[in-house]
Every structure is written in structure tokens, then in C-alpha cells.
Design a protein around this ligand. Structure first.
Ligand code: GSH
Length: 122
């Protein structure tokens, strides 16, 4: 990250965004990137979506400019690429691993179960 500071775009309460956040905090990188975050409905949301729209078919969060002009919109890809800039790997991050096995896995399971139940009710 010599001359370039990556920018990370985060949506409040997004479990995928929290994945990237925890990985960067654990790697000591969170304070070394520009972070732009929004709470759905706030003024920053429109500005962030406008910045990202030209770079993606569909804007999702998290998103990051990991190198000049190189935008990535997948939480695992963002994590791996930013950690790699300091020679670290996601699989070596213990707090990240605990989040992925615990709360993140539970959120994904509950989301799927909830979707199924809603389909059955429809
Ligand atoms: N596989 C993607 C999933 C990201 C995702 O679905 N993010 C949600 C927020 S939790 C999103 O961007 N939804 C559309 C939106 O907010 O406009 C990843 O790992 O980054």
C-alpha cells in the first residue's frame, strides 16, 4: 500500500461488511484504509452508490477500491486482497474465523430458514 490508500465502502448492520471490518481490525489494517460508510437512508448512501455505480453491474456491500481503479465487491475477495498487501491470509485470522463459524454462520442459516418460511406462507 505504498502510494495508494484503498477505500472500503460499508453498509451499516451488513454481516458481510462486518466480516471485512473484523478481518482488517485484526490485521491492524482498518486504520490504514479510507472508510466510507452509510446507514440506509442517510445522505452518504446516495453519494456512495453514485461513486460505485460505474464500476459494477449491481452495487453491493461491502465494496472496495483495492488498487487504483480496481474495484472489488465480494467480502471474501476484499478481505483476501487487502490482507495480502501486508502478507497476511484470512485463514490465519482467529477473530475472523470465530465470527465466520459463529455469528456469521448463524445469520446465514437464519436468513435461509426465514426465506423458506416466507415462501411457504406466500
Ligand atoms: N456475496 C456478497 C454478498 C453481499 C451482500 O449481499 N450485501 C448486501 C448487504 S448485507 C447488499 O449489498 N445488498 C444490496 C444493497 O444493499 O444495495 C459478499 O460476500 O460481499
Amino acid at each position: 500500500m505504498a502510494d495508494f490508500t484503498p477505500t472500503l465502502y460499508l453498509k451499516d448492520k451488513c454481516p458481510f461488511c462486518f466480516k471485512v471490518r473484523i478481518a482488517l481490525v485484526e490485521a491492524g489494517l482498518f486504520d490504514k484504509v479510507n472508510v466510507r460508510e452509510f446507514v440506509p437512508g442517510d445522505d452518504e448512501e446516495a453519494a456512495i452508490r453514485e461513486t460505485l455505480a460505474p464500476h459494477f453491474e449491481k452495487v453491493t456491500f461491502p465494496a472496495a477500491e483495492v488498487a487504483p481503479g480496481k474495484f472489488v465487491a465480494d467480502s471474501d475477495g476484499i478481505t483476501a486482497q487487502l490482507l495480502a498487501t501486508v502478507g497476511k491470509k484470512p485463514e490465519d485470522m482467529t477473530a475472523l474465523g470465530a465470527y465466520l463459524r459463529g455469528p456469521f454462520a448463524s445469520i446465514m442459516t437464519l436468513y435461509k430458514e426465514n426465506s423458506e418460511l416466507k415462501k411457504q406462507l406466500a
